[in-house]
Design a protein around this ligand. Structure first.
Ligand code: FAD
Length: 492
C-alpha cells in the first residue's frame, strides 16, 4: 500500500519543510517526492519568527546551526516581549519566555506565587523573573547551552523566510527530492474525486499517489479543487491584514521578538542579522490599510521615508478537514491563526509529524484520516484560544477595536472554563491536565499570559509580608549564578 509518489505543490516555507521531513523520514523507502512551485506566483515572504520546535526540526534533519543560521541571516529568539497590551492593570510590558529544562526549579514557585497573588497578597509574579530565558533576554545573552552546563536551554530563531526556503530547497535535493518550477493550471481528479494529476502551464502532467497542498492562502488543491470548507476564526480573531516594512538592523540586536500593541492591532519587531523585520497586524473592520500604514510609519519614525510598505491580507481560521481523500494541506493552505506567538511553522512541523505517524499506522491508507483531522483541528483550536486570550484580556481603552475585543463573547468553551478557573482562584495546572488541553501552550505559558496581563484582584489590605517563594527560594541569586555561564548576543 505504500505510496510511490508524493507530490507537494508549493515552495514556501511549508512546502520545503514538508519535503525535507517526508524525504528524511522515508529515506530508506522507495518513495519519490516531487515539489512543484511557481516562481511567478512566489511565496508570501513573511513569517520570520519561530518557536523552539524549529530547533528540533533542524536537529532531526541533522543540520547544525553553523550550516544554516548565517545563510538565513538568523538570530536567536528566547522570548517574546509584549508591550502595551494591558496598561490599565498597571503592567506596561511583560515577557513570555520559552520554557527551559532549568525552569523545573522555578515553574512551581511561579505558579504558587500566581495563586498567592490571586488571593490578594503582594508577591513576585513577573514571568521574566521566574523563567531563565527571561533573564537571558534582559541581559541579551546567547542561549546556546555551554558544554559544562547541565541543563538544556530552549530557544527559537528569527530568520529570513526566503533564504530559509532556498536553504531547505538545497538540502532536500541531497535527500532526493525532485524540484520542478511550473505553474499548475488545472487539477485532474479520479471519478471518486481524489486527485489524479496536476496539469502544468507548459502542458506537462505531474502524477502522484498522495498530494500535499502548500499553495498558501489560495489552497489550490484542498479548498479550491476538493471543496473542503474553511472555518473562519474571524468572530474571535478580528485581524485580517498586515503592513510590513524592513528597517536597518538594531545596533544591539535583542534575542527576543517584540510585540507592541498599537491603536487597532499590534506590531512585531524581529531582529535579523541584515535587517529588522517590522509588521503591523490589524483589522480592516476598524482601520483602513492607509491609516494603518500611516500610524505604523509614525510608530517606526518613518513618516518622511520613501521606504515602500507591503500590504498583506490574512485568512484566519482552519480547513474543516486537514486531510481529505489523497490530499493534506500544510501551512497557510490548511489555516492560519495570525502571527502573534509565531506558531505557524510549529503547526506545519506538527502536522507533518502527525501525518507520518497516522499514515504509517494506517498502512499508508486513509484509515487514520479521521484521527489525524481530529488531532489537527483540536491543535489549531487550542492554539487559537491562547491567542484569543491576548485580546480578550486587554485593558486598553484607546479604540473601539480594543474595547470590542475585550467585550467579545464569541470565545470557546474551553477558554471560558480556563478563565473561570483562574478568576475563581482554582488550580489552573490541574485544570489543564484534567482537560488534556495543554497542547502547545502549557500551564506555565498560561500563567505567563494571565500574570503578564496583571489579571489579578486588588491587593488585600493586610499583607503578612511573607510567603513569597521568589524570595524564600532565593531564585534571583540562582538565576544570576546561572547567567554567568552564558555569553553576549551573537550580534550584540
Ligand atoms: C503577516 C504575517 C506574519 C507571519 N508571521 C509569522 C511568524 O512570525 N512565524 C511563523 O511561523 N509564521 C508566520 N506567518 C505564517 C508564515 O508566513 C507561513 O506559515 C509560512 O510562510 C508558510 O507559507 P506557505 O508555504 O504556506 O505559503 P507561501 O509562502 O504563500 O507559498 C505558497 C507556494 O505555493 C506556490 N503556488 C501557489 N499556487 C501555485 C500554482 N498554481 N502552481 C504552482 N505553485 C503554486 C507558490 O509559488 C509558493 O511557492 C505569518 C504570516 C503572515 C500573513
Amino acid at each position: 500500500m505504500m505510496p510511490q509518489r508524493i507530490t507537494i505543490v508549493g515552495g514556501g516555507t511549508a512546502g520545503w519543510m514538508a519535503a525535507n521531513l517526508l524525504a528524511h523520514h522515508w529515506r530508506e523507502q522507495p518513495i519519490d517526492i516531487t515539489l512543484v512551485e511557481s516562481p511567478d506566483i512566489g511565496i508570501i515572504g513573511v513569517g520570520e519568527g519561530s518557536t523552539p520546535s524549529l530547533k528540533r526540526f533542524f536537529e532531526d534533519l541533522g543540520i547544525s546551526e553553523s550550516q544554516w543560521m548565517s545563510r538565513c541571516k538568523a538570530t536567536y529568539k528566547v522570548n517574546i516581549q509584549f508591550s502595551g497590551w494591558s496598561p490599565n492593570s498597571g503592567v506596561h510590558s511583560y515577557s513570555h519566555p520559552f520554557i527551559s529544562q532549568l525552569d523545573t526549579f522555578s515553574e512551581r514557585p511561579f505558579q504558587v506565587n500566581c495563586y498567592t497573588r490571586r488571593l490578594g497578597l503582594d508577591v513576585q509574579t513577573d514571568p521574566a523573573k521566574f523563567l531563565f530565558n527571561g533573564w537571558l533576554a534582559k541581559h541579551n545573552l546567547q542561549p546556546n547551552t555551554p558544554e559544562h552546563f547541565p541543563f538544556n536551554i530552549e530557544y527559537g530563531y528569527h530568520f529570513d523566510s526566503g533564504l530559509l526556503g532556498q536553504f531547505l530547497c538545497e538540502h532536500s535535493q541531497t535527500l532526493g527530492v525532485k524540484h520542478l518550477q511550473r505553474k499548475i493550471e488545472h487539477i485532474n481528479q479520479h471519478p471518486d474525486g481524489s486527485i489524479a494529476s496536476l496539469q502544468c502551464d507548459n502542458g506537462e502532467m505531474i502524477d502522484g499517489d498522495m498530494f500535499v497542498d502548500c499553495t498558501g492562502f489560495q489552497s489550490l488543491l484542498l479548498q479550491k479543487t476538493l471543496n473542503v470548507p474553511f472555518n473562519s476564526f474571524k468572530d474571535n480573531l478580528f485581524n485580517d491584514a498586515a503592513v510590513v516594512f524592513p528597517t536597518h538592523t538594531d545596533d544591539n540586536q535583542p534575542v527576543e521578538t517584540k510585540a507592541t500593541a498599537l491603536s487597532n492591532g499590534w506590531a512585531w519587531r524581529i531582529p535579523l542579522t541584515h535587517r529588522t523585520g517590522n509588521g503591523y497586524v490589524f483589522s480592516r473592520d476598524f482601520i483602513t490599510p492607509d491609516q494603518a500604514e500611516h500610524e505604523f510609519r509614525q510608530h517606526l519614525g518613518l513618516l518622511d521615508s520613501d521606504i515602500e510598505a507591503r500590504h498583506l491580507q490574512m485568512n484566519v481560521g482552519q480547513v474543516s478537514q486537514h486531510w481529505y481523500k489523497n490530499c493534506i494541506g500544510l501551512g497557510l493552505s490548511q489555516g492560519f491563526i495570525e502571527p502573534l506567538e509565531a506558531t505557524a511553522l510549529h503547526l506545519v512541523q506538527t502536522s507533518v509529524e502527525r501525518f507520518i505517524d497516522e499514515y504509517e499506522a494506517g498502512h499508508f491508507s486513509n484509515k487514520r484520516q479521521d484521527n489525524y483531522n481530529k488531532i489537527m483541528t483540536d491543535t489549531f483550536e487550542r492554539v487559537r484560544d491562547y491567542i484569543v486570550a491576548h485580546y480578550k484580556l486587554n485593558t486598553r481603552d484607546d479604540s473601539e477595536y480594543w474595547i470590542a475585543n475585550r467585550n467579545n463573547e464569541h470565545i470557546s468553551r474551553p477558554l471560558l472554563e480556563l478563565l473561570d478557573v483562574w478568576f475563581r482562584r482554582g488550580d489552573l495546572t490541574q485544570h489543564l491536565r484534567e482537560h488534556g488541553s495543554e497542547s502547545h501552550f502549557n500551564a506555565t505559558s498560561w500563567h505567563c499570559l494571565l500574570s503578564g496581563y496583571g489579571a489579578y484582584p486588588p491587593l488585600a489590605l493586610n499583607q503578612p509580608g511573607t510567603g513569597d517563594l521568589y524570595i524564600d527560594n532565593d531564585l534571583e541569586s540562582f538565576f544570576r549564578r546561572c547567567l554567568l555561564n552564558f555569553g553576549t548576543s551573537l550580534n550584540g
